[in-house]
Design a protein around this ligand. Structure first.
Ligand code: 0K2
Ligand code: SF4
Length: 317
């Protein structure tokens, strides 16, 4: 066994406060109401989480029209547009909203700027659920800007009354590139009142950036439809990792990736349970990577209360 083979483990990684809350929301709803509990879209973008909750009796649907009249449906962490709330009410569905409070904050910003008649340039990925939900708050005012190259196509009504907002799970560096391009075109562009890219997305990118230059290979645990996980692969490569791959499970690791590799970095997206990272660490240990060192860049303490419907009733005093 080589003395040099080692694993670096990025910290923070894995579950953020919004994901923890959303997954627990479905678990508690199952405990309280029994199966089935319907969930609109994947509660978070992780295959293992969705499969595990399905086994417990959650039924994942694409739209609320697939939920039987009057049944209980949970809205995912990524948020929904007012239109989704309306259609659910029309079908008399009981709803629990697991939208992350930090996504709700961006919805509030969109509503406020739309009320003040701004043009809102929403930086995000076309077709992503979060962007659909945020844009749905003010469809007449929101224009999607999907990366720096789409800036050329942006036109606005009044160059002195525009603001940019963003999806919460983007690459910080790429978003700044998009904003710089927008500002070159529209010098009076306003910034959001606070960071839209959330603390968890930022912290995971900072940690992988610190780790990547020392790595021959970075393994990011996460699902392919998880925006923040995919961004970690890109950030690792940009920060100097020789190679970086996204895997759902340890079994997805191609052992050829380990050829000639001394240092493997591991991180995971905000929707990834730690048990999956453990699986990767164990597999690497079987192949001689049995020394593990953490690379810590922040200590997270954020937590969010469960949705109102699932909080314990207050006892009268
Ligand atoms: O990174 P994504 O927005 O695709 O979503 P997940 O992988 O589910 O991560 C949790 C973030 C949810 C909302 O911000
Ligand atoms: Fe909330 Fe950020 Fe987690 Fe998304 S990634 S659920 S915005 S804390």
């Amino acid at each position: 066994m080589s003395e040099r083979k080692r694993v670096l483990l990025a910290e923070p990684r894995g579950y953020c406060a919004g994901v923890d809350r959303a997954v627990e929301t479905v678990e508690r709803a199952l405990d309280k109401h029994g199966a089935p509990v319907y969930v609109r879209k994947e509660i978070v973008h992780n295959r293992h989480v969705v499969e595990t909750l399905s086994e417990r009796g959650a039924i994942f649907v694409g739209e609320t029209d697939e939920v039987p009249e009057g049944a209980l449906v949970v809205f995912s962490a990524h948020g929904v547009s007012p239109e989704v709330h309306r259609t659910a009410a029309e079908r008399s569905l009981k709803t629990i909203d697991a939208t992350c409070p930090l996504v709700t904050k961006v919805h509030q910003e969109a509503k406020r700027f739309a009320r003040d008649d701004y043009d809102i340039l929403l930086i995000g990925h076309e077709g992503h659920e979060e962007v659909e939900g945020t844009a749905g708050e003010a469809p007449q005012h929101v224009q999607l800007v999907d990366g720096p190259d789409s800036v050329d196509n942006v036109t606005v009504r009044d160059e002195s009354k525009i603001v940019w907002l963003s999806q919460t799970t983007l690459s910080v560096d790429e978003t700044m590139e998009t904003v710089n391009r927008l500002r070159e075109k529209f010098p009076l562009l306003n910034d959001p009142p606070s960071d839209d890219i959330c603390y968890a997305t930022q912290n995971r990118q900072v940690a992988v950036k610190a780790m990547a230059p020392r790595c021959d290979l970075v393994i990011v645990v996460g699902s392919k439809n998880s925006s923040n996980s995919v961004r970690l692969v890109e950030v690792a490569l940009q920060a100097g990792a020789s190679a970086a791959h996204l895997v759902d499970y340890a079994r997805d690791i191609d052992l050829d990736w380990l050829d000639g590799v001394d240092t493997v970095g591991i991180t995971s997206g905000a929707s990834v349970p730690e048990v999956l990272v453990r699986g990767v660490i164990d597999l690497l240990a079987e192949h001689g990577f049995d020394s593990v060192e953490s690379v810590t860049t922040a200590n997270e303490t954020v937590t969010f209360a469960l949705p109102r419907e699932l909080r314990p009733a207050r006892t009268a005093r």
